[in-house]
Design a protein around this ligand. Structure first.
Ligand code: SF4
Ligand code: SF4
Length: 273
């Protein structure tokens, strides 16, 4: 049975406990570009203030596999305000663009339906970074490979739920079997609509072949930065080229990977994303 998550944004408080739990369980280091050593300071301090939000990580990254989006809606007269939050991550798409475009088949779907990047197979072409319609998977200049949320692959294959769902104090992130989660989401949507939340909607039932991680939103998907019609490059693009050409592409990717390593050793630091 496919596993997934239902993210009910109507009860998210933006506490970011999910982000912290993700970092902790997966051993993800702090984003180096967020820290700087000021003049005379003995150690680097965080300086990643966005300047327009209380959000301080701003986006998903190779070391930030989860990001709680803050949407601060304040009307022009500053008389009314509403904050929307959405805990964002990989959606584990049924038709996964990242998996479709990988020339060396380093991105795999497990028996539980989650999509993972095999670090031992990734050669760092970054094709998946460009293909993902949600801007999820990112290149790490230190490992020279791409990274993203695994749906806590190690935990779920040992009978546990995801770390973020476990840590969420409000139940905004729920882990389980996808059909059960959909039943819960439908019931919650009906309840919200009955209380006058006309814009409440569910995102992810049909997009990208159906998302294993889907969302109950309180406003239009575009407000949360989610595309109405995500564009998914198809796997057949590679299969019709035939095995030979695919192998050549893989070889070229390896050479590019080696060349980039060489360049970076000489001090020209590659940029993440
Ligand atoms: S959200 Fe992006 S990275 Fe995640 S499975 Fe879908 S295409 Fe791949
Ligand atoms: S999803 Fe849960 S843990 Fe994450 S910010 Fe929202 S309330 Fe906090």
């Amino acid at each position: 049975m496919d596993k997934g998550m239902f993210v009910d944004t109507s009860i998210c408080t933006g506490c970011k406990a999910c982000q912290v739990a993700c970092k902790e369980w997966n051993g993800l280091e702090a984003e180096p570009e967020y820290f700087k050593k000021g003049p005379g300071a003995p150690y680097p301090v965080a300086f990643n203030f966005t300047g327009n939000s209380y959000d301080n990580t701003a986006r998903l990254g190779a070391r930030d596999w989860r990001h709680v989006i803050f949407i601060e809606q304040i009307n022009s007269r500053r008389a009314n305000s509403r904050w929307l939050f959405m805990s964002d991550s990989c959606k584990h798409c049924s038709d996964a663009a990242c998996l479709n475009v990988c020339p060396v088949e380093a991105i795999e779907r497990t028996d539980l339906g989650n999509v993972i990047v095999r670090q031992d197979k990734c050669v760092g072409t970054k094709l998946c970074n460009k293909a993902c319609p949600y801007g999820v998977v990112k290149y790490n200049e230190k490992t020279r490979t791409s990274h993203k949320c695994t749906l806590c692959n190690d935990r779920i294959h040992n009978g546990m739920g995801t770390a973020c769902a476990k840590a969420c104090p409000t139940g905004s992130i729920q882990f389980g079997d996808v059909p059960d989660l959909k039943a819960r989401a439908d019931a919650r949507l009906s309840k919200l609509r009955a209380t006058g939340e006309a814009k409440a909607n569910i995102y992810g039932y049909s997009e990208a072949g159906g998302l294993k991680v889907f969302y109950l939103l309180m406003d239009n998907p575009a407000i949360y930065g989610l595309p109405d019609k995500p564009v998914i490059p198809q796997r057949r693009r590679f299969s019709f080229l035939g095995g030979k050409l695919a192998a050549m592409l893989a070889g070229a990717a390896v050479i590019i990977g080696f060349r980039e390593r060489g360049i970076n050793k000489s001090g020209d630091r590659a940029r993440e994303d």
